[in-house]
Write a protein that binds this ligand. Structure first.
Ligand code: C2E
Ligand code: CA
Ligand code: CA
Length: 547
């Protein structure tokens, strides 16, 4: 039997309701009648079979407590008393004391068993009430939706057509102002107000401290939104203190066979989206789930980073004059068995918003240092460039950790290069200058990545200790289609040279690109035309063939 059926059965026999009570009474009466018939057929109360009557007496107390025990005890006592002979063959009747004594015992058994059943049922109800209600507000909590701990409660999923999440955006400020216990009075007040206007069309759940969940029984979104907005738009008073309460709401349907929990997840996502966009409400669209998906992705990434499930690939950079590799760029690769390859463009921006970016950069750097060592073992001396983020630059220990890593691996000067996008540098130019100078003094070369996508001026960049400017692949891709772009590339190359730096062209895919770049005097190139990014063993083979 599945858990669901067991629960329903137990629910039925311990807490029968409405018609269920009637059925139970009929079954118990039939059982008692059967025992009476059985005792009569087996020769009367002279024999041991009258003890069978204890079973329906005890059973009746399971559903009906002391009351049930007293009634069945009485009925059973009378049935097996004046209405039952001692011996059915010669119709000898029992002595009065004999059956009265039995009746009293039946009653006592009914009362004792009934009391135990009452205690059990009262305690069960108490536990269920504690589990399904918020400790502070006393309102139903999300457990009320859990069918496993539901006793005879309404199954909300039956009638619910829409669900709504209401978030109290400024709950922390309110708690600060009026204390936590008063805040829960406010939640209760909101609960009461919504209950008043929507009556039987709603069931309200206090899902989290600052979140209410509504099961809505009509399919009319406008009706609910208008009514709820009107109700919530008035000032609330708690202990005569007027409160400004700010809400964000999300609404989702139960179509597509969603269960309630899924529908509430959708409504939550929409409510958080509304909160982020400063809107009063949002009706669910699947794009609202992105935020949640990103959080999940970050969790998986954290695990992958800790378990060494990430990989670093390497793409060569080519000297356009000699056609030989001058270095490699380290590029992160993350393959999730259930999803496939996840692009760094997707995960790195998420990681950059968290402190995880520091261990990630350190990890890529240490992998690159190991790779440099492995390359050297194969007779290859080269440089590896590692992409770093703005957040790394401002992390107080970043610089020390880098120096420690370099010392640990005992690498040759300038075999590690950092690539920093121009927008990262421009975010805080003064702090960047100090840091970059420090890095350079510590034997690390620097490149500007994605040049042309930000708004920095090259003369400004020349104040920074930079060796290479990498022109973004967009310009390389467009330069032979658009003469204007070609001019930009050409003037960038000239200016970079004037400022004493080198130029690398990114995203070189065709021979045509190579020819134009050589003609314009570009120093280096990187792109699929030469090589795609390769894993740590492939890149060693490639380097040996092409060095
Ligand atoms: P990026 O630093 O500009 O890296 C170059 C990107 O262009 C790489 O994409 C590379 O695979 C791709 N690419 C190389 N040659 C060609 C080509 O000929 N045509 C085209 N269309 N693309 C080419 P990938 O590996 O997907 O990386 C994307 C971005 O993710 C990188 O752009 C970088 O900003 C970031 N990233 C990758 N690995 C790391 C890392 O370890 N740390 C940090 N902070 N960012 C990283
Ligand atoms: Ca790069
Ligand atoms: Ca780039």
């Amino acid at each position: 039997m599945s858990n669901d059926y067991v629960n329903k059965f137990l629910d039925y026999i311990f807490f029968p309701k409405g018609l269920q009570r009637l059925y139970s009474i009929v079954i118990l009466a039939a059982f008692i009648g059967l025992v009476y018939f059985f005792v009569y057929q087996t020769g009367g109360t002279k024999y041991v079979y009258s003890h069978t009557m204890y079973i329906p007496i005890i059973l009746s107390t399971i559903s009906f407590g002391v009351k049930g025990g007293v009634i069945t005890g009485l009925v059973a006592g009378i049935l097996l008393g004046p209405l039952m002979p001692l011996d059915t063959i010669n119709n000898e009747m029992q002595k009065t004391f004999n059956w009265v004594y039995r009746l009293v015992i039946f009653l006592l058994v009914g009362v004792i068993s009934g009391m135990m059943s009452n205690i059990f049922r009262i305690n069960t109800k108490k536990v269920v009430k504690l589990l399904t209600h918020n400790q502070y507000s006393g309102l139903p909590n999300a457990n009320i939706l859990n069918k496993d701990i539901l006793i005879n409660n309404e199954d909300f999923s039956v009638n619910t057509k829409l669900v709504m999440t209401i978030i109290i955006n400024n709950h922390e400020n309110i708690i600060e102002l009026i204390s936590k216990s008063n805040y829960f009075k406010l939640v209760k007040e909101i609960y009461i107000r919504i209950g008043k206007i929507l009556g039987n069309d709603v069931r309200i759940i206090h899902a989290e401290n600052n979140k209410l969940w509504l099961c809505l029984f009509k399919e009319d979104i406008d009706f609910y939104i208008n009514n709820i907005l009107n109700t919530l738009n008035t000032t609330f008073y708690i202990d005569r203190i007027p409160l400004y309460v700010e809400f964000s709401m999300g609404i989702a349907g139960l179509n597509d066979g969603n269960d309630l929990i899924v529908a509430f997840k959708h409504a939550d996502a929409s409510a958080y989206n509304a909160q982020k966009l400063n809107l009063r409400y949002q009706i669910f669209e699947s794009k609202h789930l992105i935020h949640k998906k990103n959080i999940e992705l970050l969790g998986m990434f954290h695990k992958a980073l800790n378990n060494d499930e990430l990989e670093v690939y390497y793409q060569p950079k080519i000297d356009l004059r000699t056609n030989k590799p001058i270095g490699l760029e380290a590029l992160l690769r993350w393959k999730v068995p259930s999803i496939g390859m996840i692009s760094p463009m997707k995960i790195i921006p998420l990681v950059e918003e968290t402190q995880l970016i520091n261990p990630l950069t350190n990890w890529v750097l240490s992998q690159s240092l190991i790779q440099l060592h492995d390359l050297k073992e194969c007779g290859i001396e080269t440089t590896i460039s590692v992409n770093i983020s703005t957040k790394n630059l401002y992390y107080p220990n970043f610089f020390d950790e880098v120096v420690d890593l370099l010392n640990d691996h005992n690498v040759k000067e300038y075999s590690i290069e950092f690539e920093i996008t121009e927008s990262a540098l421009m975010a805080n130019p003064n702090a960047s200058i100090d840091l970059l100078r420090n890095l350079k003094e510590n034997r690390i070369m620097l490149s500007i990545d994605d040049y042309g996508t930000g708004y920095s001026s090259l003369s400004y960049l020349s104040q920074l200790p930079i060796n290479i400017v990498k022109i973004d692949k967009y310009f390389i891709n467009q330069m032979n289609k658009d003469l204007g772009v070609k001019h930009i590339v050409k003037s960038t190359i000239d200016l970079v040279h004037k400022l004493g730096m080198k130029v690398l062209a990114e995203g070189v895919e065709q021979l045509e690109h190579v020819n134009s770049l050589i003609e314009m005097g570009c120093d280096y190139a990187q792109g699929y035309y030469y090589a795609i990014p390769m894993n740590k063993t492939e890149i060693i083979e490639w380097y040996q063939k092409n060095k």
